[in-house]
Design a protein around this ligand. Structure first.
Ligand code: ADP
Length: 684
């Protein structure tokens, strides 16, 4: 098939079934965006990978996809659909709005033994299941555990997992994973047993949960390796004797003396306050057929139940699998087993509804750098700029508002009546076929009291098309209940070996900045690129360890804003009308969330200015849109090593200024130190 056609089919597939929103994370290989499955109204995460960028790592993605197809567990992120084109791979995944466990730990500084136990039991449960299926994960760390809407953990990132042909007892040779979490036998290049290496990583993870820092840590990888192979670490004074013992049993240098996951299931520390072993079997076994979901799909697709069952049983990880699994997920959460009455696979792609859906797509497959320059709310223009194979009408907000069946009337597509909450029922075929105006009216009314879950996406939709003042959308309302708000305070930092940001001028580093700036200026609204302070690059520690093994030789390069005063001056005089408006409208008012650092100040402009003055000092490039700063640091060869957002916002209770932070890319611990450094130096 010609490449172009494959491209279109892949894009069509995504467009037809999903709405795609802003980037919610990125890793070494992928950019992850928030999306919504149109038929079920369920939110999803869409992991987007560019095959060209993957290069030799393409097999890693294949491994991840195969593993995720074979794993179904309450503490493992579920794969719903895979779309592959000649240039890209899209993985549609269960959406975890609570963010990474890593961010949760650093927001709370460290967790109590009780809260650690809750999470650790879930990790043990997931790992016992993974091992029971013959897999070793090999990259366990808090960045790879996400928190779902119910505050439960979900394991992600199976790209490094292994399934030895002869079973898990067979030895592996590939040294992989993150150095700080890697078992001694692994970094020594010895043959190792995957499950044993996983238990070591679980020990490091347990330590990080209880202590808020790593047991083995150093900027210099040789020193780090030495610490790991010796297996000696300091137990902070707050650890209970039980915790010290368990950590010691897991962080045994000799893998044969290490606890096994089986032993962890009913370990006294794990059982404390529970009096029951960890349940590790899957509550969602692979291949389970749910009658209600099949009935609803059969009605929607106008097929018999039998042929629908046969279709689902193919488990092709296409839209059929996705629809079934998402319906099942709705049912398991006590939501109605309902699909939109209109078929999503719209034969008549010119129907007003379908057109409406198409114009709302916000695909964005740009380079990481672009993503930083473009405001995440400028989704329509992103889409047009960056998605070459989709032609999107250049609609205006007015036109959108004027379309009776277009974007704004999106509610008609959502069918999760809250009245039925707790009583999942499947509509009879008759009920659905009789999609009378009254039925629609009822549905619309039900929509008004729609499950709150979709509200933040809905808000965003309106934002996108009504073009309100810029605001950053990432946070989930659910996060609001997590009430510990502070990033580690400067005093607490004193305990942590916090590396000072170091600077180096890469070969061509300056050039990459120029290139970056030029591209920004060419592609984007000038208003978005004016406030860019270019700094020399800063290498992330993970790169040092993983690639070059070199932690030295860091030189300082030129800066656009040489001094604090000049920097501030420039920022102020360069404000465009757009930005002036954004600033005039003031910062967002948000509820306290765990990724918001409280300040003692009440003037948001002062806080913003303090941060603005610090960023150039710390050699951090940034773009500003209103009160949101998109920050990044650069590595060798002009690669972005770290990307994160800082947003000055107003909190309601207590009425102070807060700084919302979100890591988008880069080593989690380096990010932690860097943001702590920025916020403490800003003295806010
Ligand atoms: P990579 O394989 O490139 O390392 P990851 O799978 O680790 O990419 O995803 C990168 C980041 O995207 C994660 O660290 C997380 O912040 C975010 N992310 C990934 N999957 C999800 C998801 N299912 N729900 C919410 N956020 C996600």
């Amino acid at each position: 098939m010609p490449i172009e056609r494959t491209e279109h089919r892949g894009a069509d597939e995504l467009q037809r079934y999903y709405e795609v929103y802003e980037t919610i994370g990125s890793g070494g290989f992928a950019k992850v965006k928030l999306g919504r499955h149109i038929l079920t109204g369920e939110k999803v995460a869409i992991k987007i990978m560019n095959k060209k960028d993957l290069g030799d790592d393409l097999p890693r993605v294949k491994v991840e996809i195969e593993a995720m197809k074979n794993l179904s567990h309450q503490h493992i992120c579920r794969l719903y659909q895979v779309i592959e084109t000649s240039t890209q791979i899209f993985m549609v995944l269960e959406y975890c709005p609570g963010g990474e466990l890593f961010d949760y730990i650093i927001a709370k500084d460290r967790l109590s033994e009780e809260e650690t136990r809750v999470f650790f039991r879930q990790i043990v449960s997931a790992m016992a299941y993974v091992h029971s299926q013959g897999y070793a994960h090999r990259d366990l760390k808090p960045e790879n555990l996400l928190i779902d809407g119910d505050h439960n953990l979900k394991l992600i990132d199976f790209g490094l997992c292994a399934k030895p042909k002869g079973g898990l007892g067979y030895e592996l040779m590939t040294c992989c994973g993150s150095p700080a979490y890697a078992a001694p036998e692994l970094i020594q290049g010895k043959a190792y047993i995957g499950s044993e290496a996983d238990v070591w990583s679980m020990g490091v993870l347990l330590f990080a949960l209880l202590c808020g820092h790593l047991p083995f840590d150093d900027d210099n990888c040789m020193i780090l390796y030495r610490k790991i192979t010796r297996g000696t670490y300091d137990n902070p004074k707050w650890l209970s004797p039980g915790s010290i013992l368990l950590l010691n049993q897991m962080l045994q240098v000799d893998p044969k003396r290490r606890l096994t996951v089986r032993q962890l299931l009913d370990h006294p520390w794990v059982m404390k306050d529970y009096n029951s072993p960890v349940e590790w079997y899957s509550r969602q076994p692979l291949g389970y057929m749910d009658e209600d979901c099949i009935t609803e799909m059969a009605v929607n697709m106008k097929r018999s139940r039998q042929s629908t069952t046969a279709l689902v049983k193919e488990w092709r990880y296409d839209h059929i699998t996705a629809t079934y699994l998402l319906l099942l997920s709705k049912k398991q959460r006590g939501k109605p087993v309902r699909l939109r009455p209109e078929p999503a696979v719209c034969e008549d792609s010119c129907s007003p509804l379908h057109q409406g859906l198409q114009t709302r797509k916000a695909l964005h497959f740009s380079e990481d750098e672009d993503a930083l320059i473009v405001d995440s709310l400028d989704i329509c223009s992103d889409y047009i700029d960056d998605c070459p194979w989709v032609s999107v009408p250049q609609h205006t907000p007015q036109r959108v508002r004027g379309q009776p069946d277009g974007i704004i009337k999106k509610d008609t597509r959502l069918v999760s009546p809250s009245v039925e909450k707790g009583h999942p029922s499947s509509p009879t075929p008759e009920r659905v076929r009789k999609a009378t105006p009254r039925y629609h009216r009822e549905r619309n009314r039900e929509q008004a009291s729609e499950n709150k879950e979709n509200n933040d996406v809905q808000d965003r939709d309106v934002d996108i098309f009504a073009l309100p003042p810029p605001r950053t959308p990432v946070s989930s309302k659910r996060n609001a209940r997590l009430n510990k708000n502070v990033l580690t305070t400067p005093n607490q930092n004193a305990n942590i070996n916090s590396p000072k940001p170091s600077v180096a001028t890469p070969k061509g580093g300056d050039g990459s900045s120029k290139e970056h700036k030029k591209r920004a200026a060419e592609n984007k609204d000038p208003a978005n690129v004016e406030i860019i302070a270019f700094s020399p690059e800063r290498r992330s520690r993970s790169l040092d360890l993983a690639v070059t093994g070199d932690s030295g030789k860091k030189k300082r390069g030129g800066k656009m804003f040489g001094s604090l005063e000049r920097g501030l001056d420039k920022v102020i005089t360069m404000l465009t009308p757009n930005k002036r408006r954004a600033l005039r409208d003031g910062p967002r008012k948000i509820k306290a969330q765990y990724n918001v650092t409280l300040t003692s100040q009440t003037n948001p402009d002062q806080v913003l200015n303090q941060i603005l003055s610090i960023l150039p000092e710390k050699n951090i490039d940034f773009t500003q849109k209103g009160y949101t700063l998109k920050c990044q640091t650069w590595g060798d060869f002009g690669k972005v090593t770290m990307a994160f957002e800082l947003e000055v916002c107003l909190l309601q209770r207590p009425e102070v200024v807060g700084v919302r932070r979100q890591r988008l890319k880069g080593d989690a611990w380096v990010y932690k130190h860097l943001v702590e450094d920025i916020l403490s130096t800003s003295s806010i």
